[in-house]
Design a protein around this ligand. Structure first.
Ligand SMILES: [Zn+2]
Ligand SMILES: [Zn+2]
Length: 335
């Protein structure tokens, strides 16, 4: 099959690779859609040459391994969590397979990802796409689940004033779910005008240009109170301290952005406000189920996330372009 793999110079190149066959409990999908994720731009620097990225995908079942969990047939339209857990440990049973000590990530580590014609997934982590949910939206379930898990973990609820720092796909998914759960104000901050302005499509009630205005005063001007919850969705050093300074006394800071370098904070700023900080990552199994149910019922509309689509041959160029995004939100690959 054809797949986009990591080249010697850490760009992507399309190459011929081995066709996958499903192991026990596994399914092989013909990939129909796969989003480019901001984290791909980071991990491409570290993963082996020849590896295939892509963890936000939908597809059609083409082969079913032995002893699958559930009933699957060729032709089923599905999406799947991009990981394979042991299925029997405390974390797998608690539907948090990401914490399974034997979990193998698809597209961000051990298992090959979905920047390819085919991808192998765990049948236990696979969901049928509901009626009316096409493959494009099916590929958005992963980033939606990231946002939902963050909102859930931060305890965002009816009446909360929420500041979302960063209007990339994760920040916008957080804004969408904040609106969905009944937050009073959902204010999104981003230095790039097109990104922050697009947040209105996902339920933002206000926007801030952090280059022009300090976050705390700007939020109070818009919402009439400081933010009960500040969601960090950037993942660059310095932002967590900014979030701490903007949060209300006894407020919460949820760090969703992935930052793999040191990021100093001044803890006394958080102490004097008695802040609670959380570091949600990935999602539970049921974040996928809930996202799909809300899509099926028409209670969320994630379609505006997709701003660009490319085929496998167009992926290497699109991948480089998104390193300095202009107007891209989610770029979808249709292999
Ligand atoms: Zn992602
Ligand atoms: Zn496990």
């Amino acid at each position: 099959m054809r797949a986009a793999v990591i080249a010697d110079d850490r760009t992507l190149e399309v190459a011929e690779v081995k066709d996958p066959t499903p192991g026990q409990g596994e399914l092989v999908l013909a990939v129909k859609g796969c989003g480019i994720c901001g984290s791909d731009l980071k991990v491409v620097e570290h993963l082996p040459i020849g590896y295939t990225l892509g963890h936000e995908f939908s597809g059609e079942v083409v082969a079913v391994g032995t002893d699958p969990v559930g009933h699957w047939n060729a032709g089923d339209a599905v999406c799947a969590l991009p990981l394979v857990g042991c299925g029997s440990c405390r974390h797998c049973r608690d539907t948090l397979p990401v914490h399974c000590p034997h979990s193998e990530m698809i597209g961000t580590g051990v298992r090959p990802g979905a920047y390819a014609e085919y991808v192998t997934v765990s049948s236990a982590q696979t969901f049928r796409l509901p009626e009316g949910c096409g493959y494009d939206v099916g590929a958005l379930v992963e980033p939606l689940a990231v946002g939902l898990h963050a909102v859930d973990t931060a305890g965002i609820a009816v009446g909360d004033n929420v500041l979302v720092v960063g209007a990339g796909p994760v920040g916008l998914a957080v804004a969408l779910w904040c609106r969905h759960v009944g937050a009073r104000s959902v204010v999104v901050s981003d230095p790039v005008a097109v990104r922050r302005e697009s947040s209105a499509d996902f339920g933002a009630t206000g926007i801030i240009d952090p280059a022009a205005e300090e976050l705390g005063p700007a939020f109070e001007r818009l919402a009439g109170a400081p933010p009960d919850v500040v969601v960090e969705a950037v993942g660059k050093p310095g932002i967590i301290q900014t979030c701490i300074e903007a949060a209300a006394h006894r407020g919460r800071v949820a760090v969703v952005g992935i930052c793999s370098g040191p990021d100093p904070i001044i803890p006394v700023f958080a102490s004097l406000k008695e802040l609670t900080m959380t570091f949600p990552v990935y999602y539970r199994h049921h974040d996928y189920a809930h996202s799909l149910a809300m899509i099926e019922q028409g209670r969320i509309n994630p379609a505006p996330f997709i701003t660009h689509t490319v085929d496998l041959d167009g992926l290497p160029e699109a991948f480089e372009a998104i390193k300095s995004p202009i107007d891209q939100c989610k770029v979808l690959v249709r292999p």
